[in-house]
Ligand binder design. Structure first.
Ligand SMILES: Nc1ncnc2c1ncn2[C@@H]1O[C@H](COP(=O)(O)OP(=O)(O)OP(=O)(O)O)[C@@H](O)[C@H]1O
Ligand SMILES: Cc1ncsc1CCO
Length: 522
C-alpha cells in the first residue's frame, strides 16, 4: 500500500534559479517525500520522457512510487507506478485497460460529483483541490477550502479509496489543512500534495523535512487524542470551578492583552468589560498592525457584527494561529445576509478558531441547519430541541469549542457538553450582551493561554492552554456578574444595568464562583 502522506508534484518550470531537476528531486526525496508525481504541461514528448526516466531512477533508489500526470504513454515507457488524471483527461476505465495490473490511478476532484464518480470508477486515490488558492496552476474551479475538503471526504462513504489534498499547501498552512480537513465521521486525509513549497524552493530537502515534521506533529496529536478515553477529572463541576478561579487570578496578576476586532455597537462596553476582568484591551482593525499584535501574549476576538475589516480579520487569525494564541470567533448575525455567510466561511476556511460563540440563530446558520431562524442579530423562537447534541456535533465539525448562548448556555469540545444555568433576563434587554460574552471568553482564554496546560484539548495545536475552561469561565463570569447587577437597588432598567454589569465583573470573587456557578457536565 502506497504511503501518500507527503506527495510531491514536480515540474521543471518551478525550479529555483540554478537548480537542476534531478538534484532538486533527490533532495526532496531525502527530505522525506513519499510519492512523486511528474507534471509537465508544456514539454515535448522527448523532453518529458527524459525527465520521467530521471524521476524513475531516483524514485526506485528511494523506494517511492512514481506517478505520471496525464501521459499514459510516458508512464508505460518508463514503467511508472501509475498515472494521475484530471477531469478532462482519459477516463479511469480506459487508463486501467492500458496500464499493467496494480497500476495506481489518481483523479483530481473539485466537488462531490467528481468524488462519487472516482469511487464508482475504481480510482486508487483522489486529489482534492484546490484547498487553498494557488499561483502554480491557473484555477478553473472554485477553491474548495479546508472545511470543504471535509465535506468531500463525507462523500466517500465506506470506500477505501485514498485521499490527498492539493493546491497552495505549504508549511505555513499545512497544520491547519490536516487539522481542519476531516469528515463528520472523523475520516482524515491520507496525505497532502505539495508543489512549489518544495519544488520551487532553493532548498527542497529542508522544505520537505519541514513538512514531514508538521505531519509527524499532527499524527502524534491524533494518536494522543485516541488514547484519551476518560473525561479528565478537572471537568467535574468542582474541578471546573477551581480552574475558573485559577484563571481569574492569572488574568488579574498578568493582565494579558485581549486584541478585539469587533463591531461599532459594542466596542466601548467590550473594552470596559475586559478592563473590569483585569485584562488589557486593544481594539485594532488595520491589517498592517496584525503581526505586531500577534506577538504579544493574550488572545484574539473576531466579532463581525458590522463586517468591515475582513482583511484584518484574516491576517489576525492566521498570525494568532502561528503564535498559538486563542482565536474566539463571534459570527454576529451570520444568518442575516449572504455576505455574512460567505465571510464566515472564508474566515473559518483560513484560520482555526479556538472557540466559536453564538446564539441559536447564528449557530444554526453556521451549521446550515433550518431548525432555528434568526432576525438580524437576534435568534427567533425557543432554540434547538436538543441543544446538547447540536453543540457537540458542531464542535466536532469545526474542530473547536462551541458555545451556544441563550437563557441556558451550552458548551462543548466535541466530547463533553457543559450546561450553564446562570444569568438574568436583563441581559436580553441590552444590546451586545452576547458580544460581551465573547469578550469575556476571549479574556478567559487569554488567561488559560498563560497556564499552558490542557494538552488534550482539541484546539491545543493552535492555541496553548485549556480553551474549554476558558470558554466556560467567560460565560460564568458574565452571567454571575449579571445576576449581581440585576439584584442591585440602584439598577432600574437596561440603562443602569449596563454600568452595573461592568462594576460587577470587576467585583467577581472566587466565593461567588464557588457558591453560585450552576454547572452541569453531561
Ligand atoms: N433569559 C435569560 N436568562 C438568563 N440569562 C440570559 C437570558 N437571556 C440571555 N442570557 C444570557 O445572556 C448572554 C448573551 O446571550 P444571548 O443569547 O442573549 O446573546 P445574543 O443574542 O448574541 O446577544 P446580542 O446580539 O445582544 O449580543 C448569555 O450568556 C446568556 O446566558
Ligand atoms: C445591534 C447590532 N448590530 C450589529 S452588531 C450589534 C450588536 C449586538 O449583536
Amino acid at each position: 500500500m502506497a504511503d501518500y502522506s507527503l506527495y510531491l508534484v514536480t515540474g521543471r518550470h518551478l525550479l529555483s534559479h540554478g537548480k537542476v531537476y534531478a538534484q532538486a528531486l533527490e533532495e526532496a526525496l531525502q527530505g522525506g517525500v513519499t510519492v512523486v508525481q511528474v507534471r509537465e504541461k508544456d514539454l515535448d514528448t522527448l523532453e518529458f520522457l527524459e525527465i520521467a526516466r530521471q524521476s524513475k531512477a531516483l524514485c526506485e533508489k528511494y523506494k517511492v512510487p512514481l506517478i505520471i500526470n496525464d501521459r499514459i504513454d510516458i508512464a508505460l515507457a518508463v514503467q511508472a507506478d501509475g498515472v494521475h488524471l484530471g477531469q478532462t483527461d482519459m477516463p479511469v476505465h480506459v487508463a486501467r485497460s492500458l496500464l499493467p495490473p496494480g497500476a495506481l490511478i489518481g483523479v483530481s476532484c473539485n466537488n462531490v460529483e467528481h468524488v462519487k464518480q472516482a469511487v464508482h470508477d475504481g480510482a486508487d486515490y483522489i486529489g482534492i483541490g484546490a484547498v487553498w488558492s494557488t499561483t502554480t496552476k491557473r484555477l478553473t474551479s472554485p477553491v474548495v477550502g479546508v472545511r470543504g475538503v471535509g465535506t468531500l471526504l463525507d462523500a466517500l462513504d465506506a470506500s477505501n479509496i485514498r485521499t490527498v489534498a492539493i493546491g497552495g499547501i505549504s508549511s505555513s498552512n499545512l497544520l491547519r489543512t490536516l487539522h481542519g480537513a476531516i469528515s463528520s465521521s472523523g475520516r482524515r486525509l491520507d496525505g497532502v500534495a505539495v508543489v512549489s513549497d518544495i519544488f520551487a524552493s532553493p532548498d527542497p530537502f529542508s522544505a520537505a523535512k519541514r513538512l514531514r515534521d508538521i505531519i509527524s506533529l499532527h499524527n502524534n496529536h491524533v494518536l494522543q487524542q485516541r488514547s484519551l478515553t476518560e473525561v479528565p477529572s478537572r471537568y467535574t463541576p468542582d474541578g471546573i470551578k477551581s480552574g475558573i478561579i485559577n484563571i481569574m487570578r492569572l488574568i488579574r496578576e498578568s493582565s494579558p492583552l485581549v486584541h478585539q476586532i469587533t463591531n461599532v455597537v459594542v466596542t466601548n462596553q467590550s473594552a470596559n468589560a475586559t478592563l473590569a476582568l483585569g485584562a488589557s484591551p486593544i481594539m485594532a482593525t488595520a491589517p498592517e498592525e496584525m503581526y505586531d499584535l500577534s506577538r504579544i501574549p493574550g488572545a484574539l476576538l473576531i466579532n463581525f457584527g458590522t463586517v468591515k475589516d475582513k482583511e484584518g480579520m484574516i491576517l489576525a487569525g492566521q498570525f494568532a494561529n502561528d503564535a498559538k494564541k486563542p482565536v474566539v470567533f463571534d459570527p454576529v448575525g451570520v444568518g442575516a445576509t449572504q455576505f455574512r455567510k460567505t465571510t464566515a466561511a472564508e474566515l473559518l476556511g483560513t484560520w482555526q478558531a479556538s472557540v466559536i460563540k453564538g446564539n441559536a440563530g447564528e449557530l444554526a446558520a453556521l451549521a446550515e441547519s433550518n431548525e432555528v431562524q434568526s432576525k438580524g442579530v437576534d435568534s427567533v423562537g425557543s432554540g434547538f430541541a436538543d441543544s446538547a447534541s447540536f453543540v457537540k456535533a458542531l464542535a466536532r465539525k469545526e474542530r473547536c469549542i462551541v458555545v451556544l448562548t441563550g437563557p441556558t448556555d451550552w458548551i462543548s469540545d466535541g466530547d463533553i457538553v457543559v450546561r450553564l444555568d446562570n444569568g438574568d433576563k436583563m441581559l436580553a434587554s441590552i444590546t451586545g450582551s452576547g458580544c460581551m460574552v465573547g469578550t469575556c471568553i476571549a479574556t478567559f482564554c487569554a488567561g488559560a493561554n498563560l497556564t499552558d496546560t490542557g494538552d488534550d484539548g482539541v484546539s491545543n495545536m493552535f492555541a496553548k492552554g485549556d480553551m474549554l475552561l476558558g470558554a466556560i469561565g467567560g460565560v460564568v463570569a458574565l452571567t454571575l456578574a449579571a445576576e449581581a447587577a440585576a439584584g442591585r437597588k440602584d439598577v432600574f432598567g437596561s440603562g443602569t444595568f449596563l454600568p452595573a454589569l461592568i462594576d460587577e465583573l470587576s467585583r467577581l470573587t472566587s466565593d461567588t464562583v464557588r457558591d453560585k456557578a450552576n454547572i452541569q457536565v453531561l
